[in-house]
Ligand binder design. Structure first.
Ligand code: ADP
Ligand code: MG
Length: 899
C-alpha cells in the first residue's frame, strides 16, 4: 500500500511533458484578447516594461501589505549600478480584525504607518522632507491593472476580506488615505504584487532578472513577455512583466489524471472546492493537508500506525509545513520524527517514522517537480516567442518552500532542464523580499518617464500634424500651378515637364517593340511583344564602361547602337524595323514625344557634346553612322511615365505614376488647357512633375529638422531635391543615423557610447529600416545583428527605441508623399469637375515595394487628406522596359488612327 501511495505521488516524465504543454497553451489563452476571460492562468499585465539598468537614482518609499504586517521601507539609490542601496525600514503589526473590517480603515492604517515611518526617518534626515517622494505599493492580491498606478482589486484572498475595496482602484484608495495624513509630497507611482517585487529585487547588481517565482503559502510566477503578445493591453513594443497567477491552473480539469485521492480530500475540505487546483498541490498552505490525508488513508488500510489511535489526524491543519520540513530535513535516524509525531499525539513505531518521512518527501518533492514544470513552460514560451535557439535567464526566487526545503533548488533546476533542454535558468535568491523590488519598480518608472520626455523632445519635430500635412498639400498645389504656368514656370520648384504622352494604353495595342532603359541601375535592351495574350518580354543587360560614360557623346551612342544590334541579332530580329521606346532617366526638356533636350547629366555620366542636345537625334545619328535600320525611335520617356504606362495597360484608370526608390518623382494626366508651356487646348498630357525638387525655393523650410539639414549639407547637391531628401531611399537611413547620434549624445541610447562606425556617413542603410520595422518581438534578434555590424552593443530597450526612430522617419516620408499625391488627385478631380474621382496610381521603387509600412501609411494618409478621391495603387513590374514600349505602342496606335 505504501508503495502505491508513493507511486501516485510521483509523476512520470512524459506526463510532466504533457502538463508543460497544457501550461503553455493556457498561458497563450490568458494572453489572447479573445480567450483571456475564460483562461485559468490569468496572465495579468503589470505595466512594468523594464528592469533596472543601474542608473536609477533618488529616494523611494515602499509600503508593503503582508499577511499580518505592514512593512515600510525607504531606499536610496545612487545611480551606481544599484550595488549597495541604502535602506531603512520599519514593520508594523496589523491590528486585530482589521483584515475583516472596512476598506477605509485598512488604508488609513497603512497611511498612518507611512506617516509614522517618515516622521521617524525624516527626523534623522531632514533633507528628505522637501522633495517629492515616489511610493511603490506592494499589494499581494489579484488585481486587474490598467496602468502602473491603476489597479482594480478583483478578489481578496489569504484571509483578507475588507468591505468596499473589491472593484475599486487600490492605488487611488491609498493615495487618498495618504493625502488625509497630509503627506502631500508622497506620490503613489506604482503598484505591484510580491512576485513582481521579487523579480525586480533580483534584478539589482547588474544582472537582469526576467522571471520570478514565489513558492510560498500560495504559488505564483511572473516573467517578462513580449508586449505585443499581451493582447489585453494596448502596449505593443518592448516587453511587459506578466503575472501568471498560475494557482488556478488545472481548474478546467487538465490536472485530473495526476491528482491523488489525497488531493481530492484537501480540495473538498477547502473553502473554495474546485478552484486553485495547482496551488493546492504546490502551496505550503496545503502540503501539510495532503500529508495528513495520505496518512489517514494509509492508516485506514493498516499500512501505518497499526494499533494506535489516529483520531488526532482528523483535525484540519494539525500537520503544518513546519512539521513537514522538520521531518524531511532530518537525515539521520528517526528519533526526531518520532518526537514530532509524538508531540502531535501519534504513537509511531520505527517503521511508521520511516514511512511518514517517505510520504512527506514525496509530497514536497512533487510540489517542487510541479513548480519545475510550470517554470519549464515559461522558459520554453519565452525562448520561442523571442525566436531564440537557446535562452539563458535569471530567475528570482522567494518563499518558504524554496527557503525551507534544501532539495527544492536542485529539483527545480534538474526537472526544468529535462523538460526545456533549450533553456538554462540560474536561480537568484531574493535577499530583501519584495520591498526593495518595489523601490526598483518605482525608480525604473520614473527613469522611463524622464527618458520618454526626452525622446519625445528629439522626435517631436519629425512628427507631422494633420495641419502640417494639409499645408504641404496646399503648397504642392501652388507649386504645381506655378510649374504649369507659362510665365511662372521658370521660378517653380516643381518643374511640371510636359512629356507629350497624351494617352494611356487601352489594351488594344499590338506589335513587337524595342525598349532601352538608360539611367537606372543597369543599362538594358528589351524586346516587348504586345499581343492578345498579354505582354511578353526578353531583355539583356549591357555594361557601359566608365570610359564611355565619361567619353564623347558619339562614342556613348555608338556603344548603345552596338548593344541594340547585338541584342537584335541574338533575338533574331535583324530583318525587322521595330519601333523603339527609350526610357531615359535624366532630366530633359521635352519638345515632343521624340524630341528631348538633355538638361544635365547625373549619376556619373558626363559624355561630352550631349547637354543641350536632342537625345533622340543623338541616338538616330548613331544608328545612321552604324547603318542600322532595324529600329525607329518613336518616344523618349521618363521612368515615372513608364511606370504609369505599364500599369495603365492592366488598369485603364491608371493615370498617375509614382516612384519611391533611390529618389522620388511622380507624373499624372493633366488637361492640355492647363498646360501653359505647350500649345494646344485639346485632350490631356502626362506631366512629369519632378516633384523631388519641391521645396528648393524655400517653401518647405519650416519642415526641415536639424537632422534633415545635416543630411542635406553632406550631399553632392545641397539645397536641391529637398522634398526627395525627406522621402526617398537614398536618404532615410542617413536621417535615422543622425537621430541615433544625437540620442546617443543625450545618453538616451547605447549607454551614451558612440562607435566610430556609427559616425560614418551612409553606414545605416535604408533597407535596415525595413528589417527593423518588420520585427516584432520575434525578430529583435535581427535588430541586434544590424547593430552588431555597426559595432554597437545594444540592450533590448535600445532596440525598441531604435525601431521607434525608424518608424518615425519612414512614417513622415510616407505622409509627405501622401500630401504630394493628395494635391495631385484633388487637382485631377477638380479638373474633371467630379464630386468623386476614382483613379489608380502605378508605383515603382524598392522603398515602396519592400518597406513593411510605407505603402500602408501612404494610403491611409492619402485617404485622410483627399477623402473625395478613391485611389488604388498598382505595383509596376518593369515599368521602364514595358512602359517605354507601351508609349511607343500607344503612339503608333494613335498615328494609325490619324491615318
Ligand atoms: P532606383 O530608384 O535607382 O531605380 P530602386 O527602386 O531599386 O532603384 O530603389 C533603390 C533604393 O531602395 C535604394 O536607395 C535603397 O535605399 C532602397 N532599398 C533597397 N532595399 C530596400 C528595402 N529592403 N527596404 C527599403 N528600401 C530599400
Ligand atoms: Mg527605378
Amino acid at each position: 500500500q505504501i508503495q502505491r501511495a508513493l507511486r501516485s505521488l510521483s509523476i512520470p516524465l512524459e506526463r510532466l511533458h504533457i502538463m508543460k504543454g497544457h501550461m503553455m497553451q493556457d498561458m497563450c489563452k490568458g494572453l489572447s484578447r479573445q480567450t483571456h476571460a475564460q483562461a485559468k492562468v490569468r496572465m495579468l499585465p503589470t505595466y512594468i516594461c523594464s528592469t533596472p539598468n543601474g542608473t536609477e537614482k533618488g529616494n523611494f518609499l515602499v509600503v508593503e501589505l503582508c499577511q499580518s504586517q505592514v512593512r515600510t521601507l525607504l531606499v536610496t539609490l545612487d545611480g551606481d549600478g544599484n550595488m549597495s542601496p541604502h535602506m531603512v525600514y520599519k514593520i508594523f503589526d496589523l491590528p486585530e480584525g482589521i483584515t475583516q473590517g472596512s476598506g477605509e480603515a485598512l488604508f488609513d492604517f497603512i497611511a498612518q504607518c507611512v506617516s509614522q515611518f517618515l516622521a521617524e526617518t525624516i527626523h534623522s534626515d531632514p533633507s528628505k522632507s522637501e522633495e517629492r517622494l515616489p511610493l511603490g505599493f506592494v499589494f499581494p492580491f489579484t488585481c486587474r491593472q490598467t496602468q502602473l498606478d491603476k489597479a482594480e482589486l478583483l478578489s481578496w484572498s489569504k484571509g483578507f476580506n475588507c468591505n468596499d475595496v473589491v472593484g475599486k482602484d487600490v492605488v487611488q484608495l491609498l493615495q487618498s488615505a495618504i493625502n488625509k495624513q497630509e503627506l502631500c509630497h508622497v506620490d503613489v507611482v506604482a503598484l505591484l504584487n510580491d512576485t513582481v517585487g521579487t523579480m525586480m529585487t533580483c534584478s539589482t547588481e547588474g544582472r537582469a532578472c526576467e522571471v520570478a517565482m514565489v513558492a510560498d503559502k500560495g504559488s505564483n510566477c511572473c516573467f517578462m513577455a513580449e508586449a505585443y503578445l499581451v493582447e489585453t493591453t494596448e502596449e505593443t513594443s518592448g516587453r511587459m512583466c506578466v503575472n501568471t497567477e498560475w494557482g488556478c491552473f488545472g481548474d478546467d480539469g487538465t490536472l485530473n489524471d495526476i491528482v491523488t485521492p489525497y488531493d481530492e480530500c484537501v480540495d473538498v475540505e477547502s473553502s473554495n472546492p474546485g478552484e486553485k487546483r495547482f496551488e493546492k498541490m504546490v502551496g505550503t498552505l496545503y502540503l501539510g493537508e495532503i500529508v495528513r490525508h495520505a496518512l489517514i488513508a494509509l492508516a485506514a488500510e493498516k499500512a501505518i500506525f497499526t494499533g494506535t489511535s489516529v483520531a488526532v489526524l482528523k483535525e484540519k491543519g494539525v500537520f503544518t509545513i513546519q512539521h513537514i520540513m522538520e521531518i524531511i530535513n532530518n537525515e539521520e535516524g528517526t528519533s526526531d520524527v518520532k518526537r514530532i509525531l509524538e508531540a502531535l499525539g501519534l504513537e509511531a513505531s520505527e517503521r511508521d517514522c520511516g514511512r511518514v518521512q517517505q510520504i512527506c518527501r514525496a509530497v514536497v518533492g512533487r510540489a517542487a517537480t510541479l513548480h519545475a514544470t510550470g517554470l519549464a513552460a515559461i522558459l520554453s514560451y519565452m525562448c520561442q516567442t523571442r525566436d531564440m535557439e537557446t535562452l539563458m535567464v535569471n530567475v528570482g526566487m522567494e518563499g518558504e518552500l524554496y527557503k525551507g526545503y534544501p532539495r527544492f533548488e536542485e529539483i527545480l533546476l534538474s526537472v526544468s532542464r529535462l523538460l526545456s533542454p533549450e533553456c538554462m535558468a540560474t536561480l537568484l535568491p531574493s535577499r530583501d523580499g519584495s520591498g526593495r523590488g518595489a523601490a526598483m519598480v518605482t525608480a525604473v518608472a520614473l527613469r522611463l518617464a524622464a527618458q520618454r520626455r526626452e525622446v519625445n523632445e528629439v522626435l517631436a519635430p519629425l512628427r507631422l500634424s494633420r495641419a502640417d500635412l494639409e499645408k504641404v498639400q496646399a503648397l504642392m498645389r501652388e507649386e504645381m500651378e506655378r510649374g504649369l504656368g507659362k510665365e511662372t514656370n521658370a521660378t517653380a520648384s516643381v518643374r511640371m515637364l510636359p512629356t507629350y504622352v497624351s494617352h494611356t494604353p487601352d489594351g488594344t495595342e499590338r506589335g513587337d517593340f524595342l525598349a532601352l532603359d538608360l539611367g537606372g541601375t543597369n543599362f538594358r535592351v528589351l524586346v516587348v511583344r504586345v499581343s492578345e495574350d498579354g505582354i511578353n518580354m526578353a531583355s539583356e543587360i549591357y555594361v557601359i564602361p566608365v570610359a564611355i560614360m565619361q567619353g564623347t557623346g558619339e562614342a556613348l551612342f555608338d556603344h548603345i547602337i552596338d548593344c541594340i544590334i547585338d541584342f537584335q541579332t541574338k533575338q533574331n530580329l535583324v530583318t525587322h524595323t521595330l519601333p523603339l521606346g527609350f526610357t531615359f532617366s535624366f532630366p530633359c526638356q521635352q519638345m515632343g514625344l521624340d524630341k528631348a533636350l538633355l538638361l544635365t547629366w547625373t549619376k556619373g555620366f558626363s559624355a561630352s557634346g550631349c547637354v543641350g542636345q536632342d537625345v533622340v537625334q543623338l541616338l538616330r545619328d548613331a544608328a545612321q553612322r552604324k547603318q542600322h535600320a532595324g529600329m525607329q525611335v518613336i518616344a523618349l520617356v521618363n521612368d515615372t511615365v513608364g511606370t504609369m504606362m505599364s500599369c495603365g495597360y492592366d488598369d485603364p484608370k491608371c493615370e498617375i505614376g509614382l516612384i519611391v526608390g533611390t529618389g522620388t518623382n511622380a507624373c499624372y494626366m493633366e488637361e492640355m488647357k492647363n498646360v501653359g508651356t505647350v500649345e494646344g487646348d485639346q485632350g490631356r498630357m502626362c506631366i512629369n512633375m519632378e516633384w523631388g525638387a519641391f521645396g528648393d525655393n524655400g517653401c518647405l523650410d519650416h519642415l526641415f529638422t536639424h537632422f534633415d539639414k545635416v543630411v542635406d549639407e553632406s550631399t553632392i547637391n545641397p539645397g536641391k531635391q529637398r522634398f526627395e531628401k525627406l522621402i526617398s531611399g537614398m536618404y532615410l537611413g542617413e536621417i535615422v543615423r543622425q537621430i541615433l547620434v544625437v540620442m546617443t549624445q543625450k545618453q538616451l541610447l547605447f549607454q551614451g557610447k558612440i562607435t566610430p562606425k556609427l559616425q560614418t556617413r551612409n553606414i545605416f542603410q535604408t533597407k535596415f529600416l525595413s528589417t527593423i520595422e518588420l520585427s516584432n518581438g520575434l525578430a529583435l534578434r535581427q535588430i541586434r545583428a544590424i547593430l552588431n555590424e555597426l559595432e554597437i552593443d545594444a540592450s533590448f530597450e535600445d532596440s525598441v527605441l531604435l525601431r521607434e526612430v525608424c518608424q518615425t522617419v519612414s512614417l513622415r516620408a510616407a505622409q509627405l508623399c501622401a500630401a504630394g499625391l493628395a494635391a495631385v488627385v484633388e487637382k485631377m478631380r477638380e479638373n474633371r469637375g467630379l464630386d468623386q474621382l476614382s483613379v489608380t496610381v502605378g508605383v515603382d521603387g524598392t522603398l515602396y515595394k519592400l518597406h513593411p509600412c510605407f505603402s500602408d501609411n501612404l494610403q491611409k494618409t492619402l485617404k485622410d487628406l483627399a477623402p473625395n478621391c478613391n485611389v488604388s495603387f498598382l505595383l509596376s513590374e518593369d515599368g521602364s522596359g514595358k512602359g517605354a514600349a507601351l508609349v511607343a505602342a500607344v503612339a503608333s496606335r494613335a498615328a494609325d488612327a490619324m491615318e
